[in-house]
Design a protein around this ligand. Structure first.
Ligand SMILES: Nc1ncnc2c1ncn2[C@@H]1O[C@H](COP(=O)(O)OP(=O)(O)OP(=O)(O)O)[C@@H](O)[C@H]1O
Ligand SMILES: Nc1ncnc2c1ncn2[C@@H]1O[C@H](COP(=O)(O)OP(=O)(O)OP(=O)(O)O)[C@@H](O)[C@H]1O
Ligand SMILES: [Mg+2]
Ligand SMILES: [Mg+2]
Lengths: 255, 255
């Protein structure tokens, strides 16, 4: 089982979009996958058609339990309408976890304990994280084998990358020596702007061996898909976004 | 003095861009303003030409001190190159504040204590917040008189709005009864897409008395400006983005 976290403290760079569409792509190619929504915004859950109002007990039926009482993945994962794809839903109550865990000795490895106790037959676990470097995201980096870093093709998104890679290195030296950077993914590339090309050139110069060759174009269909609760490969299978995420899926499978 | 926080836990919706350009617009119209960068990403500082590497002591010369030892604004505010506009720089070390404050009784009102002790002659203080509802953002909402909520014209950004307004109401019932919602600002509006129009219609239907009449269009010049350390009114004064932020500035002055 490969556990891959999507992380970047910069907001709005495509973490959720990449987590959902990579997991859907893997499932479509026959690799059973689970999405874990570790963001209190619960956008990955919304983007797959699940609403917080449908959850009878957010402390028991969601990702919250993986942090609070070391539940197993199979206790909280539920199937989606897409064959081979399951989800552990997020909840706004995850905000409380960041405060509750502070006093625990093992505050950064709670999620890993739950994951290690699990006996799911999924081949991939894809973890969506919030836009911060707090205890939720640290738990995800400690629990993961690999991290994919989406970077929007804009200046402000570039400026936080060095700091994120420092945090990844700190996690590798500390709780998770096995953590690898699976790759840096350029997102929302707009071929009409000089800015997009400058950013991708910068990424290629600074991180030549980390940058995925797949570049995800900016396309409104990508932004529309979550409102229908569908991954792009279902909402617009012949779109540029769907093709890019299938390319990314194949690149991840080859690593 | 009016203290206005820009807040939305959804990432990448234009909090920093709006904070910087509103403050620059106010300064240009002759209203002395200070930007406080309360985000560990320190993007507002970068967007005004300040780099974390230039700061000799990030614990003393930045926003960090407003939380750690109740410094006054005038102890940490420095002038920018734009007349009438000063800044309290952000720092990555703010991440530590979220953990350090947990055990304090007054953990949500540390910033307000500093602000109340200040004797600056600025007319406006504009606070940029991180994309979360943790202790940093709560401190900003408790310290502020008003909050502006930027909402990107996309579906995922809409889904978190109800929760944010609940938090604002909780702050109003608790530590800050005076907090008002100054307005909801539609950002990155793309007139070519149906999605943008649907989102602005939704906003107009659900929040008719909160929605600013100014709508900020998506424009690449807006995304380029921070890489030159310039607000849009300096970088591209005759662009649609500059016009929109001057319109917003006038609307805020009229409230
Ligand atoms: N390739 C794309 N083209 C156009 N829009 C996109 C693309 N990818 C994502 N989006 C849209 O951009 C917005 C930000 O993407 P997303 O929510 O996935 O980012 P995120 O990093 O998860 O944000 P957060 O930091 O809030 O968790 C969303 O409205 C999404 O629908
Ligand atoms: N009107 C606009 N048109 C085009 N791009 C924009 C516009 N406003 C902001 N941007 C760009 O969109 C990205 C997100 O904006 P910004 O960083 O201001 O959002 P934010 O809410 O502060 O993000 P975070 O949640 O990470 O703090 C940035 O790269 C910014 O330059
Ligand atoms: Mg997200
Ligand atoms: Mg910001």
């Amino acid at each position: 089982m490969r556990v891959i976290a999507l992380a970047n403290q910069k907001g709005g760079v495509g973490k959720t979009t990449s987590a959902v569409n990579l997991a859907a792509g893997l499932a479509q190619l026959g690799h059973k996958s689970i999405v874990i929504d570790c963001d209190p915004q619960a956008n990955a859950s919304t983007a797959l058609g699940f609403f917080e109002s449908d959850i009878s007990d957010p402390f028991m039926d969601t990702c919250y339990r993986l942090f609070s009482d070391s539940a197993k993945l199979e206790d909280v994962a539920i199937p989606t309408q897409f064959p081979g794809l399951s989800i552990v839903r997020g909840t706004k109550h995850l905000v409380g976890i960041e405060i509750e865990l502070v006093s625990f000795e093992d505050r950064e490895s709670r999620l890993r304990v739950s994951m290690n106790a699990s006996s799911t037959d999924a081949e991939f676990v894809i973890i969506d994280t919030p836009p911060s470097l707090g205890l939720l995201t640290l738990n995800c980096l400690v629990a993961a084998d690999e991290v994919i870093i989406p970077v929007q093709c804009e200046f402000l998104s570039l400026s936080g990358l060095a700091r994120l890679l420092n945090i990844v290195r700190a996690v590798q030296k500390g709780d998770n020596p096995y953590l690898k950077v699976c790759g840096v993914l350029a997102t929302m590339f707009d071929s009409r702007t000089k800015l997009s090309r400058e950013v991708t050139n910068d990424l290629a110069n600074h991180f030549p061996d980390l940058l995925f060759s797949t570049v995800v174009p900016r396309s409104v269909k990508m932004a529309e898909a979550p409102s229908y609760g569908l991954p792009i490969v279902e909402y617009a299978p012949s779109s540029a976004g769907a093709k890019a995420y299938m390319d990314l899926t194949r690149e991840v499978l080859e690593k």
